[in-house]
Design a protein around this ligand. Structure first.
Ligand SMILES: NC(=O)c1ccc[n+]([C@@H]2O[C@H](COP(=O)([O-])OP(=O)(O)OC[C@H]3O[C@@H](n4cnc5c(N)ncnc54)[C@H](O)[C@@H]3O)[C@@H](O)[C@H]2O)c1
Length: 269
């Protein structure tokens, strides 16, 4: 129970949809379940209310406490409503976990092919939403004089990556996290980031299979072969790292990004 008594708001805490009953767990769902298993009350905010409710049902079936709310992080009003609801239900906001992020599914492309509207959309979804979530969460956390913001970036921020919207937004998240850390340390608030590498999720693998018209297994094998450890990670790998970073065990850690990537980020050349 490493998060006993804490509340966690997870934006994008649902699960990307799939027709496959054996589809792997997504990062949002894994982190919501993991936080709840460690004693946190989980507020699951997702554009897909059915996906959010399914995660909440899993948590409550295990004896945990959770609430689902529809929220489109493109809308500032939805973001602030989820933050206010977390505070109103449980009296505090300890963990803000920003999981939403899209690339190829949102029309990302190489710089010479990028559509201006698609670029704007990706920046609003991946970056602006995290800025606005912090804008509304920080006054609550500053009043509490405690809190943790965890921003999900990507190894794409620091490795060679082809598509410009995802690269630029995920790299900006690292700078944003540092700014949040330095400007809020005096209030007892920490800000941290995670850079997942190749993780076997519906959103990452199935979206590529669809875009490239390839079988899922082929895309998964290609991704695994790129990882020095020879396998894709799981959403649970990311959730385990997140659990440490948001827990009091990491109380002197702020402004950093942790790669969860099977050593992919160590490769040069
Ligand atoms: N899977 C990977 O290989 C990988 C690698 C690096 C980084 N990441 C990052 O991990 C995060 C999660 O990825 P995932 O593949 O595990 O997906 P996921 O299964 O966690 O699904 C993301 C959730 O976000 C929700 N969502 C999408 N748009 C939304 C919006 N506008 N408002 C609110 N909710 C919205 C979806 O409904 C879904 O439930 C993303 O930020 C992604 O960039 C993933």
């Amino acid at each position: 129970m490493r998060l006993a008594g804490k509340t966690a708001l997870i934006f994008g805490g649902g699960q990307a949809p799939s027709d496959d009953p054996n589809a792997p767990m997504g990062n949002g769902r894994a982190v919501a379940l993991t936080y709840a298993r460690e004693g946190a009350k989980a507020f699951v905010a997702d554009r897909d209310i059915n996906a959010a409710q399914a995660v909440v049902n899993e948590i409550t079936a295990e004896g945990g406490t959770a609430i689902a709310q529809a929220c489109d992080v493109l809308e500032e009003g939805d973001i602030s409503a989820a933050i206010d609801a977390t505070k109103n239900h449980w009296g505090r906001l300890d963990i803000l976990h920003n999981n939403v992020g899209l690339s190829i599914e949102a029309g990302d492309a190489e710089i010479t092919d990028i559509d201006a509207d698609a670029f704007d959309h990706i920046m609003r979804l991946n970056l602006r939403a995290m800025v606005l979530a912090a804008k509304h969460a920080l006054p609550i956390m500053r009043e509490q004089r405690s809190g943790v913001i965890l921003n999900i970036s990507s190894i794409a921020a620091t490795e060679t990556y082809p598509w410009v919207g995802y690269k630029a937004s995920k790299a900006a998240i690292l700078a944003l996290t540092e700014q949040q850390a330095i400007q809020n340390a005096e209030y007892g608030i920490r800000a941290v980031a995670i850079q997942p590498g190749m993780i076997d999720t519906v959103m990452a693998v199935d979206a590529r299979a669809k875009a490239w018209d390839q079988p899922r297994a082929k895309v998964a094998a290609t991704r695994a072969a790129k990882v020095p450890m020879g396998r894709q990670g799981t959403a649970q790998d990311v959730a385990n790292a997140a659990l440490f970073l948001v827990s009091d065990e990491a109380s002197f850690i702020s402004g950093v990004s942790l790669r969860v990537d099977g050593a992919s980020g160590c490769r040069v050349g």
